[in-house]
Design a binder for this molecule. Structure first.
Ligand SMILES: [Zn+2]
Ligand SMILES: [Zn+2]
Ligand SMILES: [Zn+2]
Ligand SMILES: [Zn+2]
Length: 365
């Protein structure tokens, strides 16, 4: 992820909606693909403050009304008073905002989702909405368990509990994952090295890309690297995993214990690790003065792994210095590298043919 610069000279970050130094509103400008200060023209009309852009903008409805987004739309493209930005269009179900705390949970989820979509764009991976005719369309539901007010004592029945997962392009996240104490408890219960909202999105989108990209041409190679996804069936492996746990030597072959459950989960966990690596290297490249997006699109796999390993030693040691959990918990054994290389080849072959270099068009401070 890049950082951006306000007209006043202050550094702006991807999630910012105002500048703490000059107090101006701030938002994502689709005219120059930057987070920028917004010149207020009144009545939800703004102008990108960069003199080389000056695009007329309107805040996304979710920015203007709910403050869960910081993106703008070109004023010429506004067709309704409730127009949503390019990223908010992907969210189909939002949390019940009459429940206290749900607006904040929704905000946390949107921030993580926006980081995901940014990374997918940087990697030039294809995705699209149903409206745009994309098949399978990508969409998100952010829902909470339904607890009936007069029946709190009841165990939640089927249909009331929301399971985080992916089905046919739809990524559902249980909004309780936005609560730090719930997520941390689940991390400990499931013996996970890390559990974050960004991590959930990186995993679930892996299932989406399995469906979208692992076509006939790739299936034999997929089975060779990850195993046969048809035998034993998914349901059997799920039961077995929760009864017996991962095999003892799982770190030799897998990025996480959960990846041992089934080839589909192995693929999603490895895909998530690849997105972790891509987004970290993109950020590092930017802060070291090079173009992160170009780096992701052109750097050979072996060089990416070497850079990530080197960075990982520093980042893990920095975290340990402060007593934090490891920044990069995965161990890159030959078997894990083989799986990551498969993902890398798949991603590179899927890259959109039109090179947009969306975030490298402009210099940054
Ligand atoms: Zn400023
Ligand atoms: Zn602009
Ligand atoms: Zn939006
Ligand atoms: Zn999964």
């Amino acid at each position: 992820m890049k950082t951006y610069t306000c007209g006043c000279g202050n550094t702006l970050f991807f999630e910012n909606s105002y500048c703490v130094q000059c107090q101006r509103p701030v938002g994502w400008c689709p005219g120059c693909d930057r987070v920028t200060a917004l010149l207020d023209l009144g009545n939800n009309n703004y102008q990108c403050a960069h003199s080389d852009c000056q695009t007329r903008l309107t805040k996304c409805h979710n920015y203007q009304v709910h403050q869960v987004c910081n993106r703008c739309i070109r004023s010429t493209e506004i067709n309704s008073s409730q127009a949503l930005c390019d990223y908010c269009q992907y969210t189909e179900i939002i949390p019940d905002l009459s429940v206290p705390g749900n607006r904040q949970r929704w905000y946390e989820l949107e921030v993580a989702k926006q980081r995901l979509l940014y990374t997918l764009e940087a990697l030039q991976l294809p995705f699209g909405t149903a409206t745009a005719g994309f098949d399978p369309p990508l969409s998100f539901d952010f829902k909470g368990d339904i607890i009936l007010k007069d029946a709190l004592w009841r165990t939640l029945g089927k249909g009331q509990r929301v399971f985080t997962g992916h089905a046919d392009g739809k990524i559902t996240i249980n909004i309780c994952e936005a609560d730090d104490e719930v997520r941390e408890q689940l991390r400990v219960d499931f013996n996970e090295a890390q559990r974050t909202l960004v991590g959930h999105f990186h995993h679930e989108i892996g299932h989406y890309y399995w469906q979208l990209l692992v076509t006939e041409d790739w299936l034999d190679q997929f089975k060779h690297v990850f195993g046969n996804h048809e035998n034993p069936p998914y349901g059997d492996t799920l039961d077995h995993y929760y009864e017996s746990g991962p095999p003892e030597n799982w770190q030799q072959y897998y990025v996480s214990p959960y990846a041992t459950m089934h080839p589909w989960e192995d693929f999603a966990e490895t895909f998530a690790t690849y997105l972790d690596m891509a987004s970290v290297l993109h950020t590092a490249a930017h802060h070291q003065g090079s173009k992160g997006t170009l780096y992701l699109q052109t750097t050979p796999f072996d060089d990416m792994i070497a850079a990530y390993r080197q960075l990982g030693i520093l980042l893990n040691e920095l975290n340990r210095t402060l007593g934090l959990i490891d920044f990069i918990p995965e161990i890159f054994t030959p078997a894990v590298i083989k799986k990551l290389r498969f993902i890398h080849d798949l991603v590179r072959s899927a890259q959109k043919t039109v090179i947009r270099n969306f975030s490298d068009c402009w210099s940054t401070a």
